[in-house]
Design a protein around this ligand. Structure first.
Ligand SMILES: Nc1ncnc2c1ncn2[C@@H]1O[C@H](COP(=O)(O)OP(=O)(O)OP(=O)(O)O)[C@@H](O)[C@H]1O
Length: 232
């Protein structure tokens, strides 16, 4: 579904990603991306969704080389991205903004998405006034509208407690499984990733360090040395 080949991204003289390969194809499975600060995780998502042109390498989607395709083309063709900062309109109610985006994208599954993200009891509240953890769920719900084939999420747990992040990831695991979508999620909270992701990729200093199941990653000596340390 999403295949990244030899991807490098430079910011001026800084090499943020160096020759990274990644193959994400399992429908219904959360694919986590972890790694230390500055490892290149957000840059990888930016390159995948078209916000950042790579210096070298290819992004393939359903077999097609889409490296030069625009963000809008990718979105029209089923790639959706949520951000570290919630993108909701604070003055609208949760219902108003979900309905607005659903109508714009012609998606009639709003009730399913509301149920999956457990938003039923917040629909008539102003989005800017609900708890931050619920705002993050609204943000993911917005990214889900338009029937994406692939959902790219950048730290959906940012700003949440460990318990809230785990709860959010449990929702994500359920919805990805139920909707059979391919989902890539960048996250700092490794325990939530290990608990809910089926596959995990580790980046370090712009390089691909390892990809495997949570059990494989936990015992990978390179990952332990570079990132997990004694927490593994
Ligand atoms: N717009 C930019 N201009 C210049 N350098 C950037 C830019 N964005 C990121 N970088 C640098 O590129 C490297 C990779 O950054 P990136 O944000 O992709 O890493 P990350 O793994 O997502 O980090 P974090 O976990 O802290 O969010 C870092 O050294 C960062 O400082």
């Amino acid at each position: 579904m999403l295949k990244i080949e030899g991807l490098s991204v430079n910011y001026g003289s800084l090499r943020a990603l160096a020759d990274v390969d990644l193959d994400v194809h399992d429908q219904g499975v959360l694919h986590g991306i972890i790694g230390p600060n500055g490892a290149g995780k957000s840059t990888l998502l930016d390159a995948a969704c078209g916000r950042r042109r790579p210096t070298a390498g290819l992004v393939r989607y359903r077999g097609e080389d889409i490296t030069k395709r625009s963000v809008a083309w990718r979105r029209r063709n089923g790639m959706s991205r949520s951000f570290q900062r919630t993108s909701i309109f604070p003055d609208l109610t949760v219902r108003e903004q979900l309905e607005l985006v659903a109508a714009h994208l012609g998606d009639d599954r709003l009730d399913d998405i509301i149920r999956l993200m457990d938003l039923g009891s917040y629909l008539d509240q102003q989005a800017g006034r609900i708890a931050y953890g619920v705002q993050r769920r609204v943000d993911v719900a917005l990214a889900l509208l338009g029937r994406p084939n692939i959902l790219l999420m950048d730290e959906p747990g940012a700003g949440l407690s460990a318990v809230e992040t785990l709860r959010l990831f449990e929702h994500l695991r359920e919805l990805v499984s139920e909707q059979k979508i391919v989902a890539v999620v960048v996250e700092h909270d490794v325990e939530a990733v290990f608990a809910c992701c089926g596959m995990v990729t580790v980046l370090d200093l712009g390089r691909h360090l390892a990809t495997g199941t949570p059990a494989e990653i936990r015992k990978d000596s390179r990952v332990i040395a570079a990132y997990l340390g004694s927490a593994a």
